[in-house]
Design a binder for this molecule. Structure first.
Ligand code: ASP
Length: 440
């Protein structure tokens, strides 16, 4: 069998009990040769993540509250070591973190120590070699991740290593300065390790049994997605589904390595497999997932004979570009063109944009529709199936949802509808029930 790389998130390593689960998973599968840990996460809703405590510690250097915060961090690690009953003295490492921060170490360095210290503990507990990520994850002088260099350095370093723990979330610049990835970046480290050693699979262990077809805060007990392609995942995460760190996809996708999202607390659950193509023998559903976001505005421009006016679209888009605003969709009719823009992008700029549009396009009218939500129904099964849109629009009509906008990407991978914000939840449930429960 090939090599597996297992990344464990903060909740999977929040306390000694979670470490025991992680050990059982790793020791239960000889193919898991490389392990990437996050820093200890929250043990309950009121708890603090070690990463957050470290950022706080750095901001409190030589101020009130420093010692108290430091103590919390030290206690978390000490408790894990003591409960696991391992032969490891972390005192010198902890002390160094403290003095470095008191001597002016920056926020990246401080935050990275969460993974660094946790990696030392996990390596000791598993009996694996510890490899400091600063050795193998390379950034340039400006703090940009150097993908090719990292790939090469990592591959070389891991080549003659049987088992190792490589802490997530950080690397180093050529000068040796520690640099972190963006928040949640251990996902990226895991993907970089998996890509470098051409792993058979990249396991991403967390506290849920994979991705859900819809948001469980909206749909009761939604199904788990068994297979999802990278492309579908991109569509769903863009529309607000919380999934992996966006940048974690690239290194494994490039190498054609599947990502398996699994649950540390229910390791026998299959989880979700993110793949390049769905296996032929898997009978996929017509839709893979439904996700959406609230907070969009439509600027609807109408002008007779717009279709024959050369450069009209360009003038409209130039206005947005000049104002530094990006748009999400641009549905068009013969004499109409609408711009769907997120409220965050538009903030404070709507009036000037309307003025600009009036000036350069001379339209018959411009109407503004606020309070829109967009919902993407995603599934590569759509490509082969007739009647998907009929089912989708039928379900929305049956539940009295007025559709304000429709857009289907040319990839035929998704159908996006715009609805009133107040209809958002009902719309998501209607679509889910129509496709997943075959509700008529
Ligand atoms: N510990 C870091 C964070 O909280 C990185 C990670 O967990 O992936 O963002």
């Amino acid at each position: 069998m090939g090599i597996k790389v297992a990344k464990f998130g903060g909740s999977s390593l929040a306390n000694a009990t979670q470490f025991e689960r992680v050990r059982a998973i790793v020791k239960g599968d000889d193919d898991i040769r490389f392990v990437v840990p996050s820093a200890p996460g929250k043990r309950n809703n009121n708890d603090e993540k070690i990463t957050d405590l470290l950022y706080k510690l750095q901001s409190l250097a030589n101020k009130d509250g420093f010692n108290k915060t430091y103590q919390k961090i030290e206690d978390r690690y000490s408790e894990i070591i003591k409960t696991l009953n391992i032969d490891l003295d972390l005192a010198a490492d902890l002390e160094k973190v403290k003095t470095d921060i008191l001597n002016g170490a920056d926020a990246d360095y401080a935050a990275s120590r969460g993974e660094f210290l946790n990696g030392i503990i996990l390596a000791n507990y598993l009996g694996y070699e510890f490899i400091d990520a600063a050795e193998v994850i390379c950034f340039d002088e400006n703090g940009k991740l150097l993908f090719e260099k990292t790939n090469e350095t990592m591959a070389k370093r891991l080549n003659d290593c049987n088992n190792a723990v490589i802490p997530g979330f950080y690397g180093a610049q050529p000068c040796g300065r520690v640099k972190t990835l963006s928040r949640g970046g251990s996902d990226v480290t895991g993907a970089l390790v998996a890509g470098a050693i051409n792993a058979e699979v990249y396991q991403n262990w967390t506290d849920v049994s994979g991705f859900l077809v819809a948001d469980p805060r909206i749909v009761d007990n939604p199904d788990v997605i068994k297979y999802i392609t990278y492309k579908e995942l991109r569509e769903l995460s863009y529309m607000g589904a919380t999934v992996l760190h966006e940048e974690a996809i690239f290194p494994v996708r490039r190498a054609g390595i599947p990502i398996n999202v699994k649950n540390t607390n229910a390791p026998l659950d299959e989880g979700t497999l993110i793949v390049q193509t769905i296996p032929d023998d898997y009978e996929s559903k017509p839709i893979t997932g439904v996700a959406g976001r609230k907070g969009f505005t439509v600027i609807a421009i109408e002008k007779a004979m717009m279709n024959s006016e050369v450069g009209f679209g360009q003038r409209v888009l130039d206005v947005l570009a000049r104002r530094g605003v990006s748009f999400e969709h641009m549905p068009t009719g013969i004499d109409t063109l609408s711009l769907v823009i997120s409220d965050v992008e538009l903030s404070g700029k709507l009036d000037v944009i309307i003025n600009d549009l009036n000036a350069v396009c001379n339209p018959d009218s411009i109407e503004i529709f606020k309070n829109l939500a967009l919902i993407a129904t995603v599934g590569q099964g759509m490509i082969r199936n007739i009647g998907i849109s009929a089912k989708l629009f039928g379900a929305l009509a049956k539940n009295n949802v007025n559709i304000r906008m429709i857009d289907q990407g040319s990839s035929e991978l998704n159908i996006i509808v715009g609805v009133e914000i107040d209809d958002f939840e009902v719309a998501v449930c209607s679509i889910y029930n129509a496709f997943m429960k075959d509700e008529k």
